[in-house]
Design a protein around this ligand. Structure first.
Ligand SMILES: Cc1cc2nc3c(=O)[nH]c(=O)nc-3n(C[C@H](O)[C@H](O)[C@H](O)COP(=O)(O)OP(=O)(O)OC[C@H]3O[C@@H](n4cnc5c(N)ncnc54)[C@H](O)[C@@H]3O)c2cc1C
Length: 415
């Protein structure tokens, strides 16, 4: 009998990596993804060498070929480097040596198998629950609904004929299977006390070459902290002959210890409210950015020009984190689902290493399944937990330390 496939819920970094790594061991998996097509995450993420080196063998490629495909500054036949200059980053966010800034969309395209690997990804399939198998280690049935009217899957119907050897949840920070299997948990995800506004801008290549490149000195990211303790970051997302995509961030500790509520800290805002930026932000930015250190720095003056910032694609980011107890992970597994990646341990975007941990989870889990099979998969948590704890602690320390200081108070007590 053909072995049942493993169901992977979510075609993000963890899901795509797991699928590729399992295929390398000859193990079949199917990815169920809510989105109707591969999403375009056209932004840069920092990959550590301990993350991308093991990926090379899974993808059967060399470091040079990998860099050519995914570095933020690679395009066409031009090979970039994804170089990060440690001296241009805040001390708490400096990644390990040889870390590389890669474009997430390009990395996902590579993982999706445009090199011929062709994974089985079922788009427009939103997981809603699981029917656990009666006998442990056997198939569970994944429930999902169609999120695309043109799809043949009937809304809210069971997955039907195909049951699965195991169900791996890689749905990310807002995992529905986590809620389904453990229930709503107070403060999961939690929101850390920071106000972070993100802007995205396309800069003409000539402007980038004359104003940005000299200040960046080859680095694909630069960060500083103002006297007021506001973190300003500039990150290269992608490059081509015509233009360069950049992300900037303006981030500070939330003001929780004053009698006047912080108008910019909205931990309970809905996802759709993320793009509504209060005027209070521009008023504040005008004041914070009108200093000699910003005005005299050609790059900062160019990027953090409040008029230009207003025209950028703006979002207010929440610094979310997911911290689960081992008992909760075991409870989810007892109900038929193994959580990995952000679904199990999301970290704040700033200072976090969620992509690195999601990929590490996927590689380590595939190895475990290849050696031990899918029976007793919950034991894998024991091997992952120490790595998660160390990483989440680093991430938490990094975000608090990067915002520390300035005249607006000290946030260290909250670490
Ligand atoms: C702008 C930005 C910059 C970042 N920079 C870095 C960085 O420099 N370094 C770093 O390490 N990390 C970084 N991160 C964090 C990193 O991107 C995440 O930690 C990582 O993507 C987590 O991977 P994942 O596979 O667990 O989840 P995700 O990548 O979130 O993937 C989850 C997938 O599941 C799908 N899904 C959700 N619900 C369902 C459902 N019910 N049914 C089916 N499918 C579903 C989603 O559509 C999605 O495709 C950054 C994040 C952002 C947003």
């Amino acid at each position: 009998m053909t072995p049942k496939p493993i169901a992977i819920v979510g075609a993000g970094l963890a899901g795509l990596t797991l699928n590729r790594a399992l295929a390398r061991h000859g193990i079949r998996s199917i990815i169920y993804e809510r989105a109707s097509a591969s999403p375009r995450h056209n932004y840069g993420i920092t990959l550590f060498p301990t993350t991308y080196e093991p990926l090379l063998s899974i993808l059967d490629t060399s470091l040079a070929a990998f860099t050519q495909r995914v570095a933020v500054d690679s395009y066409g036949s031009t090979s970039g480097t994804g170089f990060l200059d440690r001296e241009q980053l805040l001390p708490s966010t400096v990644p390990p040596p040889r870390s590389m800034r890669v474009n997430r969309a390009k990395l996902e395209t590579l993982l999706t198998g445009d090199d011929g690997a062709r994974p089985d990804v079922r788009y427009s399939h939103e997981a809603t629950g699981i029917i656990p198998s009666e006998d442990s280690g056997s198939a569970s049935l994944l429930l999902f609904k169609s999120v695309d009217s043109s799809s043949p899957v009937a809304s809210d119907s069971p997955a039907g004929t195909e049951s699965h050897a195991a169900i791996i949840d890689t749905e990310g920070v807002h995992s529905s299977l986590r809620t389904w299997s453990i229930g709503h948990i107070h403060n999961v995800p939690s929101v850390l006390p920071f106000v972070t506004i993100r802007g995205r801008r396309r800069v003409r290549r000539a402007v980038f070459d004359s104003k940005y490149a000299p200040a960046l000195r080859g680095s694909k990211a630069r960060e500083i902290k103002t006297e007021e303790g506001v973190v300003l970051g500039i990150y290269v997302d992608h490059v081509n002959d015509e233009d360069v995509g950049i992300t900037w961030i303006y981030s500070r500790a939330a003001r929780l210890d004053t009698t006047v509520p912080d108008a910019l800290f909205q931990p309970d805002r809905s996802t759709s409210e993320a793009s509504r930026i209060p005027d209070a932000f521009f008023d504040e930015a005008k004041h914070v950015l009108d200093t000699d250190s910003v005005r005299r720095d050609p790059l900062l003056a160019e990027v953090f020009d409040v008029q230009k910032m207003r025209n950028d694609r703006l979002l207010s980011w929440l610094m979310r984190s997911v911290d689960l107890e081992i008992e909760q992970l075991r409870q989810a597994y007892a109900r038929g689902v193994l959580l990995i990646g952000d679904a199990a341990h999301a970290q704040p975007i700033l200072g976090g290493e969620g992509a690195n941990q999601a990929i590490a989870d996927a590689l380590s889990l595939a190895e475990h399944i290849a050696v031990h099979g899918v029976g007793g998969l919950g034991e894998w948590y024991e091997t992952a937990l120490l790595r998660w704890e160390a990483s989440c602690q680093r991430a938490r320390r990094a975000i608090f330390e990067m915002h520390e200081g300035g005249s607006k108070g000290n946030v260290r007590a909250a670490i």
